[in-house]
Design a protein around this ligand. Structure first.
Ligand SMILES: Nc1ncnc2c1ncn2[C@@H]1O[C@H](COP(=O)(O)OP(=O)(O)OP(=O)(O)O)[C@@H](O)[C@H]1O
Length: 242
């Protein structure tokens, strides 16, 4: 498990418990995030109109939005609790993120992309890290592509690399920001099911942003809705989930 955190063994923990508050300001524009969510299930979908703040929630949870107030707990682990002075830096949160466009490093090979998040300051990858990369490459069927660079991969292959990279450091939480939106419809349908199987296998708490009700049905166990920076519904059971 990456990073350090405080534990609260005295409480029966929700899988994911967060309340993130942050005001974003730029000239002529203000956006106020005040999103609270307590989910009892492993895979929660976050839906909402464009601009409602879904990606901003993920950034706040990942520790990529300095100045965020509130709390973020994953099980018994506290990643943020500003009332108690806890605000783990992004690298110490143990959060794996798959961005909408996958954000792979273009100058690195597939294997190097996977290894990137596993590097510790001042240390090169050790044997155990290499073994984990090899295992993920096998698991995600990337063996013939390990020396390829992102520009030589198809959309589906990029998605698999992004997911494998997010999982490489054994995160405690997975954040998926529209992980299928860059794909065409047939591939999207196929990879949706592959992703569902993978998420079922790894059993890592996951917060998934999507616009697509089919993603919710296949990938999530509960869904919440965001409107103007606020969660406006309690987690409701999704119909499916792998
Ligand atoms: N620096 C900023 N200053 C003010 N407002 C901002 C700033 N950055 C983002 N916003 C606003 O925050 C809001 C939430 O953006 P966010 O990208 O989180 O929405 P989203 O729900 O993920 O949208 P989409 O579905 O289109 O990806 C938007 O209205 C955006 O214009």
């Amino acid at each position: 498990m990456a990073g350090h955190s405080t534990s609260r063994p005295e409480e029966a923990a929700a899988v994911l418990d967060l309340h993130v508050q942050r005001v974003l300001r730029s000239p002529g524009r203000t956006f106020s995030l005040d999103a609270a969510l307590r989910s009892p299930v492993m895979r929660t979908a976050l839906m909402g109109a464009s601009g409602s703040g879904k990606s901003t929630v993920l950034m706040a949870v990942a520790g990529l939005l300095p100045g965020t107030h509130g709390h973020v707990r994953v099980g018994a682990d506290t990643l943020l609790d500003t009332a108690s002075g806890i605000d783990l830096p992004a690298r110490a949160r143990g959060v794996g993120v798959v961005f909408q466009d996958y954000a792979l490093f273009p100058h690195l090979t597939v294997a190097q992309n996977l290894g990137f998040g596993m590097r510790r300051l001042g240390h090169s990858l050790n044997e155990a890290d290499q073994a984990r990369i090899d295992a993920l490459i096998a698991q995600f069927d990337l063996g013939t592509l390990r020396a390829a660079r992102p520009q030589d991969l198809s959309g589906g292959q990029r998605q698999r690399v992004a997911l494998a990279r997010a999982l490489a450091p054994s995160p405690r939480l997975l954040l998926l920001d529209e992980p299928l939106s860059a794909l065409d419809a047939p591939l999207r349908a196929r990879l949706r099911h592959e992703l569902a199987e993978m998420l079922e296998r790894v059993q890592i708490p996951t917060l998934l942003v999507t616009h697509d009700p089919q993603d919710v049905e296949v990938l999530a166990q509960a869904v919440v809705h965001l409107d103007q920076g606020r969660v406006v519904s309690a987690p409701a059971c999704a119909t499916g989930g792998a």
